[in-house]
Write a protein that binds this ligand. Structure first.
Ligand code: 3EB
Length: 338
């Protein structure tokens, strides 16, 4: 099955070589301080990787891509899929809402101008996500800014929500090699397409859009996953950050218990999406965000048991957007090869 692009992990040390490939749609590098890279396809995610390896994620197109940089937004497209990214070194401690609103407006404007108006998935990395500023948690300020723009740009917001992750990091983490993140940098990247995908919700969870106000005045606007049927009938399922949330409540105090709940959530989501796709979907790639910088080996083992062992997994240390949540898993699932 030929997809409009494939996603895989590679050794971060080969990253620079990969940028010479004109079929490269995106290169996501972990454990790298945020900076605006001259190559619009490279996005630096400022999270330490756990488990002793240095990984990058590559999106490869079967044909050459067109790239550009407009009003701070780097992009690369191949006629079906558009990768977009925006990095900022503005911190704006108690003005995250307008900062996010400006960033989202730019992302949507660039995607529309390039002819890819439909956002399937958005990755959000925010400094100090759990910090309260002027009485509002920064995650909630982020949710308000995001909602403001989605309300304005989406014609049917409730059924056209992109999949998402909203992940935090300390404003000035120091990496093992001594490099530190610019204070307050922001990192967003996204996937947009010419034709829309299909919003998938998780039968075990309340749609985040309908969370009660105890989680914030403006509820989070994301879908649990987005199913994309490409023009050749292959499928991608973009799975949002999935936490140990059942209904709308967080479950379990313990990391491994939260992981087990997440695996049940992922199974329910994959089943639901497979039903909608009319074909089974299998995880192709997983990314685990965890609060403690502990050894990921026991988690790797449980994930391998759940998905058969062959699925590549990367573990990143990160803040999750509810204080009590210790772990969250996102990923990509694909229809089986025919
Ligand atoms: C949850 O289920 C956990 O606000 O974009 C997961 C994925 C979560 C994305 C977002 C939040 C977001 O509510 C938190």
């Amino acid at each position: 099955m030929v997809f409009p692009f494939t996603v895989a992990y590679c050794d971060a040390n080969s990253a620079n070589e990969r940028l010479t490939n004109d079929h490269l749609l995106a290169l996501i590098q972990f454990q790298a301080p945020v900076h605006v890279d001259p190559d619009p396809r490279r996005c630096l995610v400022p999270l330490p990787e756990l488990g002793g390896t240095a990984t990058a994620e590559v999106w490869l197109s079967p044909r050459p891509v067109q790239t550009g940089m407009v009003s701070g937004v780097g992009y690369a497209g191949n006629g079906e899929a558009l990768f977009l990214q925006l990095q900022s070194d503005e911190y704006a401690p108690d003005a995250l809402q307008p900062l996010i609103a400006v960033a989202y407006r730019r992302l949507f404007a660039v995607a529309r101008a390039q002819g890819y108006p439909h956002f399937l998935r958005i990755w959000n990395y925010l400094p100090d996500i759990n910090q309260e500023c002027s009485g509002l948690e920064r995650y909630r300020a982020f949710c308000a800014g995001r909602r403001q723009v989605l309300d304005a740009v989406l014609t049917e917001v409730e059924t056209r929500l992109p999949a998402a992750s909203a992940i935090g990091f300390p404003a000035s983490p120091v990496f093992p090699d001594g490099k530190s993140v610019e204070e307050g940098s922001l990192c967003l990247y996204a996937l947009a397409t010419q034709e829309p995908g299909e919003q998938i919700e998780n039968p075990r969870q309340v749609s985040a859009f309908h969370y009660p106000p105890e989680y914030g005045l403006r509820s989070p606007s994301f879908s649990r996953a987005v199913l994309k049927r490409w023009s050749n009938d292959s499928h991608h399922l973009y799975i949002s950050g999935t936490a140990s949330v059942v209904g709308h409540a967080s479950r379990h105090d313990d990391l491994l218990a939260q992981l087990d709940e997440i695996l049940v959530n992922l199974d329910a989501l994959l089943t639901e999406a497979g039903r909608r796709a009319g074909t089974p979907l299998q995880p192709a790639l997983l990314r685990v965000y965890m609060r403690p910088a502990s050894d990921p080996a026991p988690l790797r083992q449980r994930i391998a048991q759940a998905f058969g062992g062959a699925v590549p997994v990367v573990f990143l240390q990160a803040d999750i957007c509810r204080q009590e949540l210790l772990i969250e898993i996102e990923g990509l699932a694909v229809s089986a090869a025919r």
